[in-house]
Design a protein around this ligand. Structure first.
Ligand SMILES: Nc1ncnc2c1ncn2[C@@H]1O[C@H](COP(=O)(O)OP(=O)(O)OP(=O)(O)O)[C@@H](O)[C@H]1O
Length: 767
């Protein structure tokens, strides 16, 4: 049970049971929902005979439950809340912070408060503790932000509905009527008589309306750092003119950096940065397009070149064969000419003796003369052909030469565009990191499980906002991103990609999945064989990015461990029964003896993770037989060394599939399960405390209150980037847990870890 869950319990206790006592057990369970309480009783009695009395109380509580439940049901109006509560044994956990710094998980039954002691088990809460510490009111500490966001009813009554009607004088139009529409596009419009239609009122004119002025003023007063009224008005339009929502939007977007700007600074960096980033994005887009065009032009030119080279080769071959033929013909011609001249020289003798020659010799001579003549003609033709072929080859060569010049020019241009693109991309990355710093380095995402049973109680308002209708009250929650049930594993991974990439740049990165059992934490982190989750995709991305960086040689190692009942177990060790210990020196956390395995391929990861999973303690509970009652932590360590400069870097990517945050009652937990639930409650409460301390910039952040937070210290302190998935169930019967998880998530939404810096090393494993 998490901190958020505790809050829900106490709220419901007041609503349903009417019992205002903190942590008092509401005996509204039926005996059948708590079948075996003897285990708790035995455990308590064994630990201390005085507990006999207390365990009897538990017994009594179970027996009187049906009666009490009936009377409560009579008194309450029908509704979802009642159904939920009557199903459960509402064992309510509280967290007590002792002055020594220790955090205890307590529960109260029939007015007797008990607590879980790490050594003694379940023991009565000592009287002297009341003056030595305080109970943590997680409702106030963690729930308040989301409650504020959820309040829709905070309007000044004078601004209700009819104040949306107004009039304004516009030059050339005279006095026109205005009305703030609440439809699809929430902008103020005026009625234009000429066109007989409602037209959008320009921003500058809209500023003259009292309705608007008042709201802009309200936002300005709350956030003096935002000076641009157009910015405020645009935000108001988007938020249906709700100044509270605009303020939360600005806070959600810029968080603590906004507060640091409140004291007088005129320029508001995040807005400027964001503009700069979108400008850069556009420039990058244009460059990308140019690059693509250039590359395709280059490709065409290359193809043309290839074609012409082929053509040239062909023509040269033709020319060579023509030259050969010409040479042959020339030698023939010479031969014949020689023969003719010989014949001519002897002509007189021939003429004289012609009569004495046989007619056959005379015919032969005439034939030879004819052939010689024909050969001479074809020789001339061939010479013409060879000359034109050669001139064609010359032209083609010329063309080819100019093409090659063009290719060189285009290649140079492409190189320039490429380097410009790289520069812009680098600048964008720097700006993104700057924006991250200003926004804080925790991203909080909400993911709703895919389920046919999605009730009407969940409303997805935008990519960043969702609302839960709970007992007629609409609570709104804002996140960095809300993933709808139909969002794929790819969509979800896309959201975490920038954070994961920064691990290669030397930042410690942590990704956590929080939510009740069955809400999809394991699906998000581990996924299935066909649809792998964040774990496999992250390592795939890390391996790919590391391969791209030719200069740097990386070694990636994986460790896998489980936190069960506040004990740390190495899941990759052959000796499953060996507990690990956390040691810390300053900010460096070490886990001596933890197994680390080197990873070279994605298949290595799959093999190692499935080995670790086999080792995992999976306890079956009534809700989900696969339900895990422990935190699963996978740690990737990245050690890089620059092969040229010799600079070494080290960072970690920590992936946590947290145990279910639901109330213990739903799991019908008894005995061992009760102890497990208390350990989970303790660690999730401690996680909430850490986030609260970070949010309030407390001098001391209580990382050591649980093994979970102690281990995650390097990933949740100033030098890290974190991402929290709040997994929720769409099932209406889980509405209580859903609200609780959402409250937890929105309370950490506005936390900045501080200025992150690339690591030299923080988590050291296996030493
Ligand atoms: N987005 C989703 N799309 C499809 N199936 C999902 C989705 N989310 C969860 N599931 C399915 O719902 C079931 C419960 O999810 P999962 O085991 O991940 O919950 P969990 O929060 O990790 O529970 P536990 O605390 O017990 O580990 C699984 O069968 C899982 O495959």
């Amino acid at each position: 049970m998490g901190t958020g869950a505790s809050k829900t319990h106490s709220t419901k206790m007041e609503n349903v049971g009417g019992n205002k006592g903190r942590g008092t057990v509401i005996p509204n369970c039926s005996a059948s929902t708590l079948p075996d309480n003897t285990a708790i009783r035995q455990q308590m009695v064994q630990a201390n005979p005085e507990h006999e009395e207390i365990s009897e109380d538990i017994e009594q509580m179970v027996q009187i439950a049906p009666r009490h439940q009936k009377s409560e049901q009579r008194n309450l109006q029908a509704g979802m809340q009642i159904t939920l509560e009557t199903e459960d044994v509402s064992v309510t956990f509280e967290s007590f912070q002792h002055q020594s710094g220790a955090l205890y998980t307590c529960f109260t039954q029939n007015g007797k408060r008990m607590y879980f002691d790490d050594e003694k088990g379940i023991v009565p809460f000592p009287q002297e503790f009341y003056s030595q510490g305080k109970f943590l009111d997680t409702h106030d500490e963690l729930g308040m932000i989301s409650d504020d966001i959820g309040q829709d009813t905070n309007y000044d009554p004078s601004y209700l509905e009819n104040d949306r009607t107004n009039s304004i004088s516009i030059p050339g139009k005279g006095t026109v009527m205005t009305y703030i529409f609440e439809e699809r596009i929430n902008v103020c419009k005026y009625y234009d008589n000429d066109s007989d239609a409602w037209l959008i009122l320009p921003l500058l004119w809209e500023m003259n309306l009292d309705f608007i002025l008042h709201r802009v003023q309200q936002v300005k007063e709350a956030l003096p750092a935002i000076t641009d009224f157009k910015e405020i008005l645009a935000a108001l339009r988007l938020c249906n003119y709700d100044p509270d929502e605009v303020i939360s939007v600005f806070f959600a977007m810029f968080g603590d950096s906004l507060q640091s700007n409140i004291n007088g600074q005129q320029n508001f960096e995040p807005i400027a940065l964001q503009r700069e980033i979108s400008k850069k994005d556009k420039e990058i887009e244009v460059l990308k397009k140019k690059l693509q065009e250039g590359e395709s032009e280059l490709e065409t030119l290359r193809l043309k070149c290839k074609y012409f080279e082929e053509e040239k080769r062909h023509l040269v071959q033709q020319a060579e064969s023509l030259y050969e033929k010409v040479a042959e013909l020339q030698s023939d011609q010479e031969k014949y000419l020689h023969e003719i001249s010989e014949i001519k020289c002897k002509n007189i003798q021939i003429t004289d003796k012609l009569d004495s020659y046989t007619p056959l010799n005379k015919d032969l001579l005439m034939k030879m003369l004819r052939e010689t003549h024909e050969l001479s003609i074809s020789n001339d033709k061939l010479r013409v052909l060879a000359t034109s072929g050669l001139s064609e080859i010359g032209l083609s060569m010329e063309h080819l030469r100019s093409m090659v010049m063009n290719v060189h020019k285009t290649t140079k241009e492409i190189q320039e565009i490429r380097s410009l693109y790289q520069r812009e991309a680098m600048e964008r990355k720097l700006l993104y990191n700057q924006l991250q710093e200003l926004r804080g380095n925790i991203r909080v995402f909400c993911r709703c499980r895919l389920d046919d049973r999605k009730g009407e109680h969940l409303e997805f308002l935008s990519e960043e906002e969702l609302a839960v209708n709970c007992n007629g009250i609409k609570k709104r929650f804002r996140y960095d991103q809300v993933f709808l049930p139909q969002c794929t594993q790819e969509d979800v991974f896309e959201g975490t990609l920038p954070i994961i990439k920064s691990c290669v740049d030397g930042y410690n990165v942590c990704i956590l999945a929080y939510g009740q059992t069955g809400s999809g934490k394991t699906y998000t982190m581990m996924g299935t064989e066909q649809k792998p989750g964040v774990n496999i995709r992250s390592i795939r991305e890390l391996l790919r990015t590391c391969r791209e960086k030719e200069r740097i040689k990386y070694v990636i190692r994986i460790s896998m461990l489980e936190i069960y009942n506040e004990g740390l177990w190495d899941l990759l060790s052959e000796h499953r029964n060996k507990q690990l210990e956390i040691r810390s020196q300053g900010k460096v956390v070490t886990l001596p003896g933890l197994t680390e395995m080197e990873v070279l391929t994605e298949n290595d990861i799959k093999r190692i993770i499935s080995f670790g999973e086999k080792n995992r303690t999976v306890a079956s509970t009534k809700m989900n037989t696969e339900s895990s009652r422990s935190h699963l932590i996978v740690i990737f360590t990245l050690n890089g060394i620059d092969t040229i400069s010799g600079v070494a870097s080290s960072s970690t990517l920590t992936l946590c599939d947290l145990a279910g945050s639901e109330r213990i009652a739903k799991t019908e937990a008894t005995g061992q399960r009760l102890v497990e639930a208390a350990a989970i409650n303790k660690s999730l409460t401690a996680l909430g405390q850490v986030f609260t301390a970070l949010k309030t910039n407390a001098l001391h952040v209580p990382y050591r209150n649980s093994k979970l937070t102690h281990l995650l210290q390097p990933s949740l302190s100033g030098q890290a980037k974190a991402c929290v998935f709040v997994n929720i169930s769409p099932d209406v019967k889980d509405i209580g847990e859903t609200v609780s998880s959402l409250q937890f998530g929105s309370s950490i939404q506005q936390i900045a870890l501080g200025k992150p810096t690339p690591q030299s090393s923080t988590i050291k494993l296996g030493h």
